[in-house]
Design a protein around this ligand. Sequence first.
Ligand code: DC
Length: 224
Amino acid sequence: MGFFSIALDGPAGAGKSTVAKLLAKKLGYIYVDTGAMYRAMALHFIRNGIGENEFDAMEAACDTADVTITHKDGEQVVLLNGENVNGLIRTEEVSHMTSVSSVNKKVRLKMVELQRALAKQENVVMDGRDIGSYVLPDANVKVFLTASVEVRAKRRYDEQKAKGIDCSLSEIEENIRERDYRDSHREFAPLVQAEDAVFFDNSGMTIEENVDKLYEMCMEAQKR
Ligand code: DC
């Protein structure tokens, strides 16, 4: 028998990473945050002075970026050319560059290769945008996790505030709408609910309720 994989897709701010992390812990699986991998690539582009429309430069810079992930104390650590960049990839600047650069096919294929390799080596809970629809079409459980734009914006706002980062709710909401649009309208492997994925709106749900529901689904799938 191969390894078990759970694909968790959905738009920005749906709580995917929080839920995926807890779910992975509960299942004893490895958590793979694919967004963080695209973020590390985007950081590489920013560091190389590449502008958001310079796709040729991005493609060239792909070859000088080695993105890998490891796990330390149950936490995913993203390495960009050997450097732990976990603390550098959550800024609005990197978020924006990630959304722009992850449209590029070469960038995506590089990341997808790594994601598939990880799922071949371990039981994984993998979160992203195209995991169930493209990266792991044979995932054992596929969930499309979402919440209303307002709820998602408020969550991001609270998260940033808690970190002491000054931000505006309306700006975050605007950014989320923009990112949703770009993620779901790109040509190659867009954000889309896989045909066989379970639609899950967690707007009125606590994190624990959400995790428990998904855990039950995984337990059911394991019996099959
Ligand atoms: O999940 P996140 O907010 O960390 O993702 C950051 C960006 O990366 C987001 O704009 C969508 C993109 N992304 C993607 O295109 N495919 C993935 N599998 C994961 C993230």
